[in-house]
Design a protein around this ligand. Structure first.
Ligand code: PBG
Ligand code: ZN
Length: 333
């Protein structure tokens, strides 16, 4: 739409007419966020008996298996229906075997949620190795390098074990090439043809993950993740990552982080008709918490504005640590 000389202008046109009062503004509201859009991250830690407060993310806790149901019930009562589970195991080894153990912390969490909530909630499980390997890398090492193809087999085993416990959706976040294909094949071979794969398709090597790494004890012990996670300097390469996941049979694509990557969310929205998820990461959360904690900004307003921007950019669903707060805000409206 372009304006030319023949288009009517001021004073015939007055855009402020459309903003006259709250009722008119509400009628003409273009973007709406709803509690049904949110996926809430839940951390379950093996070997603890009471919930632990995060040191880096005020208001986020790690739960023992025995505290999981109560936490999810509280969110359910606020209207939330989707949860992504992150596990913090009590033991790590070179191959990250606690990630695909039948009685691993995530497997037990999924089973417990399934038993209590049945199909009333969507259980999503993060599929990665970094919380489980001694190296803290998302794949396994051969020498000093993260080996792509050796890692695929393990990622597929993790995904199948989650599906076996009752996960609705597995979300591979390791950024190994071919991980979606490997997982799809393994799921299908095991009869889990209806398990959904949500790919962390364009996951960037970001400074905004550090609060999460403290919570989940998953920082790499050597080096960084730049040989597998995307550089934030490259836009076209991110689109290739998304295309690759689509070719491998992913069901839902994701851009991560969300807020500093709104341009990419829009590009992906325009490129594909697949459902699009955006992950507003721990750093987004921590920044708002820190600024509002100092009285510099209003937390509720800032959260509302930030999450709306992600939907406006084109995301269908959002993973956000602010889910409880924003659900309360939306209930009050
Ligand atoms: C692990 C994983 C990370 C996040 C989700 N899954 C951290 C990382 O890649 O280092 C980040 C989440 C956040 O910061 O909120 N693969
Ligand atoms: Zn990882």
């Amino acid at each position: 739409m372009t304006l030319d000389k023949s288009s009517p202008g001021f004073p015939k046109v007055r855009l402020r007419r459309l903003r006259k009062n709250p009722a008119i503004r509400q009628l003409l509201q273009e973007t709406r966020i709803s509690v049904k859009d949110f996926i809430y991250p839940v951390f379950v830690k093996e070997g603890i008996t009471t919930a632990e407060e995060s040191q880096t993310m005020a208001g986020i806790r790690k739960f023992p298996l025995s505290g999981l149901i109560e936490e999810v019930q509280e969110c359910y009562d606020l209207g939330m229906r989707a949860f992504i589970i992150f596990g913090i195991p009590s033991s790590k080894d070179e191959r990250g075997s606690s990630a695909f153990s039948k009685h691993g912390i995530v497997q037990q969490s999924i089973e417990s949620l399934r038993k209590t909530f049945g199909d009333q909630i969507v259980v999503i499980s993060d599929v990665c190795l970094c919380q489980y390997t001694l190296s803290g890398h998302c794949g396994i090492l051969r020498g000093r390098r993260v080996d792509n193809d050796l890692s695929l087999d393990l990622l597929a085993r993790i995904a199948v074990s989650h599906a076996n416990s009752g996960s609705d959706m597995v979300a591979p976040s390791a950024m190994m090439d071919g991980q979606v294909k490997a997982i799809r094949e393994a799921l299908d071979e095991s009869g889990f043809t209806d398990t959904i794969i949500m790919g962390y398709s364009a996951k960037h090597s970001s400074s905004l993950y550090s609060p999460f790494r403290e919570i989940s004890a998953s920082a790499p012990s050597l080096g960084d993740r730049k040989s597998y996670q995307m550089s934030f300097l490259n836009h076209r390469e991110a689109l290739r990552e998304v295309m690759m996941d689509i070719q491998e049979g992913v069901d839902i694509v994701m851009v991560k982080p969300a807020v500093p990557y709104l341009d990419l969310i829009r590009r992906v929205r325009d490129m594909t008709n697949l459902p699009l998820c955006a992950y507003s990461v721990s750093g987004d959360y921590a920044m708002i918490k820190a600024a509002s904690g100092q009285g510099l900004i209003d937390e509720k307003q800032a959260v509302h504005e930030m999450l709306t921007s992600i939907k406006r950019a084109g995301a269908d669903i959002l993973i956000t640590y602010h889910a409880k707060l924003i659900s309360q805000i939306l209930q009050e409206e």
